[in-house]
Design a protein. Structure first.
Length: 136
């Protein structure tokens, strides 16, 4: 699949942590990899070595990210989150434990009327995640 095969991609803007975040995310999910990455060089708009643009996949779904070279008055918000349907009880527990380190739990891991096992959290980068496991 080329970068243009998927017409809609979630775009994540970091401020120097894009590569660290991608590496953490792909370590958590099967069928995940960094597909392409380009970095700022010396005397370019961004800090040398930070991400101009990268594409990565989680469970086969592609995402794009950058390290912004501009300081903005905004960052990630929980009103936009990545919703992941986990394949096992072990997977949701493992991913929750990893993503919650240094992050904020918005709804604790537990059973809810809409899902037998669910958690909503913001990771240490501020990216919001909803993880659900429906059993089976």
């Amino acid at each position: 699949m080329s970068n243009t095969d998927q017409k809609v991609m979630t775009f994540l803007m970091f401020t120097g942590q894009a590569e660290e975040a991608m590496k953490m995310y792909i370590s958590l999910f099967d069928q995940s990899e960094i597909i392409s990455i380009s970095r700022y060089g010396p005397n370019e708009a961004g800090a040398e070595g930070t991400v101009v643009q990268a594409v990565f996949s989680l469970k086969g779904q592609r995402f794009m990210c950058i390290d912004s070279s501009v300081t903005h008055q905004f960052t990630f918000t929980p009103s936009m989150s990545l919703y992941v349907t986990c394949d096992s009880d072990e997977e949701i527990t493992r991913i929750y434990e990893q993503l919650s380190q240094g992050g904020t739990v918005l709804m604790p891991l537990g059973s809810y009327p809409f899902s037998p096992k669910y958690v909503w959290l913001a990771d240490k980068f501020g990216v919001s995640w909803q993880l659900s496991y429906y059993g089976g």
